[in-house]
Design a protein around this ligand. Sequence first.
Ligand code: 5RP
Length: 214
Amino acid sequence: MKQAAARAAIALVPEDSVVGVGTGSTANYFIAELGRIRNRLDGAVASSEATAKQLKALGIPVFDLNGVDDLAVYVDGADEVTSHLAMIKGGGGALTREKIVAAVARKFVCIADQSKRVHVLGKFPLPVEVVPMARSYVARELVKLGGTPVWRKDFVTDNGNAILDVHGLTITAPAELEERLNQIVGVVTNGLFARRAADVLLLGTAQGVQTITG
Ligand code: 5RP
């Protein structure tokens, strides 16, 4: 189902464009599909070092985002996605770069299998990237908001930071919580993608790929 969604996303990649590429097992299927059409692409912007490595291995040029002023489309997976196309992302720890690339892209295409579709976000622990020296402070602030933060030990993000995975949240107002979490000093990014939600969800199901727009 992940692969079918990834395959369907290829139709949304314009000819001769630079494509933003996400991170994770679903994005990996998309990278493999991009390899087949690499001659139709100008190149890609990667949301992680791991993705950049895979793209380069397929002979796809990887550009620094600072040199790219127009990104037609960004394709990435999600850990949870609602019918409004708000998401929890960051299970792979790439949330900050993912959010930056998503902000630049004109269209965000989420690719996911049906297990990722939820009514309310929060069963999947919400990743929060924090500056390492602020980890305990941010954790205490997250407890005040009703969450149970767990330090993702032995994990350092591509930006040299730590991740707190916040359990026990029932997120009924994702855009508000996203903004609130960003106000905690020491938080680099949180894994709520609600203020910049996806524009299209390609959901792999047992009956085929459904296209859902917000
Ligand atoms: C990585 C992400 C991924 O998109 C998310 O974790 C989904 O991963 P997968 O496609 O492996 O289920 O946000 O930071």
